[in-house]
Design a protein around this ligand. Structure first.
Ligand code: M6R
Length: 627
């Protein structure tokens, strides 16, 4: 029987093994704190000493649990610990369902990120053999499977390989054994795992690099079906499908600093990451031109082009597709990745190009869409990927990859990555224009200068113009729902602005086409109903003026986002958010990038006003790794 879940599954895992006198409990605790963005409904730590495993775990946020259980408090003689921060799927967030999970003998401890699709079948067999289960989780079958093989006389490592080969699904699994205090075993299939190493001293494993970055910059990235055997200060790799062959892996040096992954003095990651947008854009401007040209050439020779993504990345794709289409002269079909297979079915043809956009490169609906397309058309399809994470799953399926240069994004709400995704697509669009000679060099240069000025415009806005945002938020407070309306390319901005407000401030708003809003939604408008119009001075402006008047005539309270020199919509508006950028065609294509920080800030302050934590929105996690 295959168990299907409709829940999300994201967890953070961390392991440490050392020969030094260091406080491994404290290090493990700090490790999962830096992974809290992956899930935060329960957590636990196991440490080995005195030939036993000692566990502290519970439901709740890490800080609360730490206050009660002193998660950091393990003796210095303990040289090995595993820690986990959970996002509930199989079973509610309770103490028994928290990780680590143990076998019957309480000697084998396991932490896991992913889903075991066949766990019910395995659990049934193991129960018949006499194994006792305590939790509702899928994870708990793993320690019992390992125990089964050890009881048959198989050694620990081989027992883990046998157990893992029984599991169907996705996993990043980390395992330790009370009788093997000199090793931790980590295995990966479809859930990220990285290994950090301080040569000769300490070895770490984690779902993400920031977890161990304060201690080491040297790391290995585990690929699917690879197993790492961690010893203090060393690591050995093997492939579980061919365990007898030794596996050599490349050691990577991480260049970015831990500061980039921590709050750096801001109250929340979301705020910090909005203020990092100028830097992220400047870095993204440095993407090698050869990469952009490769994408441009592939798109130009493609028969059919699709762009697919989820959430914020999808809205970035909508904005980017507008800009690319303008210079490409071919239509690009934008399809949400969750609908990709259903919508295209047999209509997906050979020689198509699919552009996949994803901050994490791990979003399961996108990975499944890509796998399906690859499988269906074998090699006769080209996958172009735009992601923020080097070595993510998406990059392994793609023919060509561009890595946006936003740096690590910790806030659950995507902010700086949105800007860099749109900028990347716009840079590709300019290469297409050059390649097709649809613009002369002077015009290309004008567009390029406009793109290059996006960091300065945002910097100027964030430094000098944000003061009215809090005021607008305070005045919005009594209205529980409202609209973000726009036309043309700005519909993407309206949708993304709306998504931000929904997810962090828990307010129901709709990002919609201003023209389409007349076909129904306008009936909601009454005296004082707020409508935010996104109004750059592009070819849709005059018609948008008409829309503003229609909503104003029905009592709507008009807040508009405009460029500094704007007059007409300004005069029709109750409030304006003014973006310091010139009003001409070269700058109009950059408005999806330059107008969004104001809407992100508005959502951020609306969350604070509602006493919500913008970094940990209800029911959400940063990366959705199951459907
Ligand atoms: O990592 P990805 O870009 O693939 O993630 C896609 C969405 O899950 C993500 O953008 C989500 O909508 C964010 N919470 C938006 O802030």
């Amino acid at each position: 029987m295959i168990y299907q879940t409709g829940y999300l599954r994201m967890c953070g895992i961390f392991g440490i093994i050392t020969n030094q006198d260091i406080p491994i409990g404290q290090i493990a605790l700090e490790g999962i704190k830096r992974l809290e963005y992956r899930g935060y409904d329960s957590c636990g730590i196991v440490a080995q000493y005195d030939s036993q495993l000692f566990i502290k775990k519970d439901a709740g946020k890490i800080d609360e649990i730490n206050e009660r259980l002193k998660l950091f408090d393990f003796p210095l003689e303990s040289k090995l610990a595993l820690a986990h921060t959970r996002w509930a799927t199989h079973g509610p967030p309770t103490k028994v369902n928290s990780h680590p999970h143990l076998d019957c003998s309480r000697k084998i401890a396991v932490i896991h990120n992913g889903i075991l699709e066949n766990f019910l079948e395995l659990k049934e067999q193991l129960e018949l053999e006499g194994h006792k289960f305590l939790s509702d989780t899928d994870t708990e079958v793993i320690p019992h499977l390992i125990e089964r093989y050890i009881r048959q006389g198989i050694d620990f490592t081989q027992a883990v390989i046998k157990a893992i080969n029984k599991c169907v699904g996705a996993y990043g699994v980390v395992i330790c054994h009370a009788d093997h205090p000199d090793m931790i075993i980590a295995v990966r299939k479809e859930s990220p795992l990285v290994i950090g190493i301080e040569e000769g001293k300490t070895t770490y494993c984690a779902s993400d690099i920031p977890a161990f970055l304060p201690y080491t910059r040297m790391c290995y990235i585990l690929e699917d079906n690879e197993m790492a055997i961690l010893k203090a200060g060393s690591v050995k790799f093997l492939n579980i499908t061919n365990p007898d062959e030794p596996l050599e892996k490349e050691l990577n040096k991480i260049e970015w600093s831990i500061d980039a992954a921590e709050k750096g003095g801001y109250k929340h990651f979301m705020l910090k990451e909005i203020y990092e947008e100028p830097l992220a854009l400047r870095q993204t401007m440095k993407i090698p031109r050869s990469k952009l040209q490769t994408f441009a050439k592939i798109l130009w020779s493609a028969k059919n082009i699709y762009i697919t993504a989820a959430g914020t990345s999808f809205y970035a794709s909508l904005a980017g597709k507008h800009i690319v289409t303008k210079f490409l002269g071919k239509y690009i079909h934008a399809i949400e990745c969750s609908e990709f297979q259903i919508e295209l079915g047999d209509a997906l043809q050979e020689d198509s190009v699919i552009i996949c956009v994803s901050q994490s490169g791990e979003t399961i609906d996108l990975i499944e869409a890509v796998r399906w397309a690859k499988e269906k058309l074998k090699k006769k399809i080209t996958l172009l990927c735009i992601t923020n994470v080097v070595g993510s799953s998406l990059t392994r399926y793609s023919d060509e990859t561009i890595v946006t240069q936003a740096g690590p994004e910790i806030g659950v709400a995507a902010t700086k990555t949105y800007c860099t995704q749109v900028l990347t697509l716009a840079l590709i669009a300019l290469e297409i224009a050059r390649y097709r000679k649809v613009l002369n060099e002077q015009e290309i240069n004008n567009y390029y200068e406009a793109l290059k000025s996006t960091p300065d415009i945002i910097e100027d806005y964030l430094k000098n113009k944000v003061s009215n945002i809090k005021d607008i938020v305070n005045n919005l407070d009594k209205s529980s729902n409202f609209f973000y309306l726009a036309r043309g390319i700005s519909i993407a901005t309206a949708k993304e602005g709306g998504l931000k407000l929904k997810e962090v401030a828990c307010r129901f708003i709709e990002g919609y086409s201003a023209a389409h809003a007349k076909h129904g939604p306008i009936s909601l408008v009454r005296e004082g109903f707020p409508i935010i119009f996104i109004a750059p001075p592009d070819e849709t402006y005059q018609r948008l003026v008409g829309n503003v008047m229609e909503f104003k005539a029905r009592g709507g309270k008009i807040i508009s986002v405009v460029v500094d020199s704007d007059k007409i919509i300004t005069n029709l508006s109750d409030r304006t958010i003014r973006i310091p950028q010139p009003a001409n065609k070269y700058y109009n294509i950059i408005s999806p990038i330059t107008f969004i920080p104001a809407l992100q800030l508005l959502s951020y302050y609306a969350a604070l006003k509602n006493n919500l934590d913008p970094d940990q929105p209800r029911n959400l996690a940063k990366t959705v790794t199951v459907h």
